[in-house]
Design a binder for this molecule. Structure first.
Ligand code: ZN
Length: 121
């Protein structure tokens, strides 16, 4: 965590709902890159969670906080790789051209995934 992030986290020290002081030990860094850091914290008093997204851009540092009921491990899952529109269109095209049954298609993909896992070990 950089010095700048430490300064930002000072403003992330109090629950916006019950005003209790956050326990800095409970702050989780969900994602960290040169451009973006995502923090998660849960209030020790009311158990409300906050997500703080700090973005570094050409215009400076942007900091956005949001109250959430999402746990830290769920935030990590939600901020993971996103499905790209082209991937959805490719899947749509593949499904339109597929002539077999859905069960057969899923079986083929499951078997292909098992083979890929087996080959990668
Ligand atoms: Zn609170």
């Amino acid at each position: 965590m950089s010095v700048q992030h430490d300064n930002i986290l000072r403003h992330f020290s109090q629950c916006p709902l019950c005003n209790a002081e956050y326990d800095s030990v409970r702050v989780a860094v969900i994602e960290q890159s040169a451009q973006r850091t995502v923090f998660h914290n849960t209030c020790p008093s009311c158990e409300t969670s906050m997500v703080l997204v700090v973005t570094q851009g050409q215009m400076g540092t942007l900091c956005v906080g949001s109250v959430t009921d999402v746990a830290a491990h769920e935030v990590a899952r939600l901020t993971g790789p996103r499905i790209q529109p082209d991937a959805v269109l490719d899947l749509y095209t593949d499904l339109r051209q597929y002539k077999g049954t859905l069960a057969a298609l899923l079986g083929e993909r499951t078997n292909a995934a098992r083979k890929a896992v087996t080959l990668s070990k």
